[in-house]
Design a protein around this ligand. Structure first.
Ligand code: AMP
Ligand code: MG
Length: 349
């Protein structure tokens, strides 16, 4: 399959290009497109064949449910059985935006889209190109991140091309994304609203609207002995090819420990890498040292994290050490992704 690459300026959206992209999705094809979180791989959410195509293009197991993207609040009622009051409140505050909510699904949503579940995940993104595309495609786009399964989510169109060229119909390039980490997911089908995946919208922000919000216990830990609530969470996502370890503790000690390890692996002729911050990156002795920005600029770290992980792959780094970060604000989402990338391998020094 030949993949058509188009550029769309999000300030001046070319309506005829969006119609062309929307028609591809209406006819059962796949289009990768930008959102404010990461690039998504879109197909018609109400067409079971489209969802199967998405799984095939990603190489993703088909019991890992997709998120349905809408552009208008009126469309929510088509795909969910009921809209709980809490969901309405959250939608008023955070939609359009980087928040996904889980509802009971209506009969219009095929099980192929929800990975066999009776619930459906729904998000209304804010990115103008995403919104135009959703409308042009008929209102309901199923879209996971536009990466091959097991690779970091794409924050630039060139990463989508790396993973998807020849596998999908079209890629829409609108430059870099704003947030860089996937949406916050909140389950509203449980007694208490429960965060299944942390993101830019934090627990604290949600609690300003809903009083109390629970967190899924497996979110930040691997050793709870509990099965993850969200089916997709059992898969090892966002992993670089190299063997990655997180190191936490006092900054000076962290740098010292990482350098000792780097020296050890270099002697074994392993290619080594470090993911750190501007504050420390110059002290590391690894072959490849990448900074995700200033240690106190969490938004920048979120935006750069996945491209740094990909660069480690591009350089074929075999052993990766990463500094760990604070968990306030979006820091929790950053650590959640890093913990997954490292398979929960953390050393405290
Ligand atoms: P993404 O990888 O960004 O496409 O997000 C998809 C993830 O959303 C899945 O891996 C699940 O963790 C979560 N998800 C989607 N639908 C549901 C659902 N119905 N119930 C629980 N989690 C869901
Ligand atoms: Mg993903």
């Amino acid at each position: 399959m030949k993949t058509k690459l188009i550029r769309v300026n999000d300030q001046h959206i070319d309506a005829s290009l969006m119609r062309e992209a929307g028609n591809i999705i209406k006819e059962g094809g796949l289009v990768a497109f930008p959102t404010e979180t990461v690039y998504g791989l879109g197909g018609d959410a109400l067409n079971p064949l489209s969802s199967e195509k998405i799984y095939r293009a990603k190489g993703r197991p088909s019991d890992n449910p997709l998120i349905v993207h809408i552009a208008d609040m009126d469309d929510l009622g088509v795909i969910v059985r009921e809209i709980p009051e809490n969901a309405e409140k959250l939608a008023k505050t955070f939609w359009p935006g980087p928040l996904t909510m889980i509802f009971q699904k209506s009969n219009r949503v095929p099980y192929e889209t929800t990975g066999g579940l009776d619930t459906v995940a729904v998000r209304m993104p804010m990115h103008p190109v995403a919104r135009e595309l959703i409308r042009a495609a008929g209102g309901f786009i199923a879209a996971p991140s536009a990466n091959r399964s097991g690779r970091p989510s794409p924050t630039l169109a060139k990463y989508v091309t790396e993973d998807m060229d020849g596998r999908i119909d079209m890629i829409i390039d609108s430059g870099d994304v704003e947030i860089g980490l996937e949406s916050t997911i909140v389950d509203l089908t449980t007694e208490e609203p429960t965060i299944l995946r942390p993101g830019y919208i934090t627990k604290q922000m949600l609690e300003e609207v809903l009083h109390e919000v629970e967190e899924d216990k497996t979110m930040m830990r691997a050793d709870t002995g509990q099965a993850p609530k969200a089916p997709g969470m059992k898969y090892r996502h966002y992993a670089p090819k190299g063997d990655m370890t997180l190191v936490s503790g006092d900054a000076g000690r962290v740098a010292e420990y990482i350098n000792e390890q780097i020296d050890f692996f270099k002697k074994q002729n392993k290619k080594t890498g470090v993911i750190g911050t501007d504050d420390n990156i110059a002290v590391y002795r690894a072959d490849i040292c990448k900074s995700v920005g200033k240690a106190d600029d969490e938004k920048m770290i979120a935006r750069k994290l996945y491209s740094v992980l990909r660069e480690m792959d591009d350089e074929d780094v075999e052993i990766i050490y990463a500094e760990s970060f604070g968990t306030s604000g979006i820091g929790q989402a950053i650590m959640n992704r890093l913990l997954k990338a490292a398979g929960h391998k953390v050393i405290s020094v």
